[in-house]
Design a protein around this ligand. Structure first.
Ligand SMILES: Nc1ncnc2c1ncn2[C@@H]1O[C@H](COP(=O)(O)OP(=O)(O)OP(=O)(O)O)[C@@H](O)[C@H]1O
Length: 301
């Protein structure tokens, strides 16, 4: 019987788990970096390391090898600094993985959110008609209290009339963002972090960059009405879904806030004795709908 290559002789159960764990870490890193500016940074870093290590070894350059020996640990230490936003988002996502264990919103909160979507959608349409600029952030699981505290506290019931009043040009609260929790406006005139997205930063104004910025740092949803064009956009997860009409705005918000969850659709249809839901609409409705509902999606990369 031919001898097994030495590598297979050392392959036991522990080694398989070891390889699997390393592969999982690499997969996780690439998955988190996918579609963000970290992709280019990782690619640049890999090209740099491969070229420099290759040149140093091929030509046996002692000084370059010494520099590599000293610089590589520093490069590794710099990773958490350079990838701070991505790491933060990854850890937050990890923290959210437990949310499937419980329903995303309680029954009371669901009613609140129904009215929140309705009021924000109607306000956005009116603001857009009048070309009043607006920025409305809906808090989800990541707390936005830091930003609330730095704004003007309101703690008022969310109504479209109040939103329109807040963003009425030159009103005392029109500058900055409104932050909403369930069916309440917590604060107005809040200053949000600006996205430093290189690809879109040059094209977008600060209102849109602030909308993208807060959704890069949290799982919040931001609705933007452009003062310049009247266009309505929704930012989520660092992406901007632009040029939404009222119907699409409502659909995107409902989907992102999980008000159109497939299970609920099924329950509602069963109650109404309607036809069963189409099989293809069940699995990925939540992920797909924002893409369907948007004409342009700008990704933060
Ligand atoms: N960091 C920030 N946080 C919250 N709101 C901000 C921030 N920066 C700017 N804004 C809001 O954006 C307004 C300026 O918008 P600007 O014209 O620069 O952006 P824009 O994306 O082009 O928006 P528009 O299409 O409405 O003109 C400010 O008056 C302020 O209300």
């Amino acid at each position: 019987m031919p001898e097994l290559p030495w590598i297979f002789t050392r392959l036991d159960f522990r080694a398989i788990i070891d390889i699997f764990a390393v592969a999982l870490i690499f997969f996780g890193v690439l998955w988190v970096a996918q579609g963000t500016r970290a992709t280019q940074l990782i690619r640049g870093l890999l090209i740099l390391i491969v070229v420099v290590v290759g040149v140093a070894n091929i030509f046996n350059l002692t000084a370059l090898k010494w520099l590599l020996d000293k610089a590589l640990p520093a490069l590794i230490i710099s990773v958490p600094v350079v990838f701070q936003p991505e790491l933060r988002r990854a850890l937050e996502q990890l923290g959210h993985t437990g949310s499937w264990l419980r329903p995303p919103f309680t029954a009371a909160a669901e009613t609140d959110l129904e009215s929140t979507v309705e009021e924000i959608s109607r306000a956005a349409v009116q603001l857009s008609r009048h070309r009043y600029g607006a920025l409305i952030v809906i808090e989800r699981e990541t707390g936005l209290q830091d930003y609330v505290d730095r704004g003007v506290p309101l703690d008022a019931t969310l109504t479209r009339q109040l939103l329109i009043n807040i963003f009425y040009p030159n009103s005392p609260l029109h500058d900055g963002a409104v932050i909403v929790r369930n069916d309440r406006i917590l604060a107005a005139s809040c200053v949000l972090p600006l996205s430093d997205n290189v690809a879109t930063g040059g094209q977008l104004g600060t209102r849109h960059r602030a909308a993208m910025g807060i959704t890069e740092e949290s799982d919040a949803i931001a609705v933007v009405v452009s003062e310049e064009t009247g266009q309505i956009a929704v930012a989520h997860n660092g992406r901007l879904y632009r040029n939404l009409d009222p119907e699409r705005l409502r659909k995107v918000l409902r989907t992102l806030l999980r008000l159109d969850r497939p299970e609920r659709t099924i329950r509602r249809r069963v109650r109404l004795n309607g036809p069963p839901p189409p099989a293809d609409g069940l699995g990925d409705n939540r992920e797909r709908a924002p893409e369907d509902g948007a004409r342009t999606a700008t990704r933060a990369d």
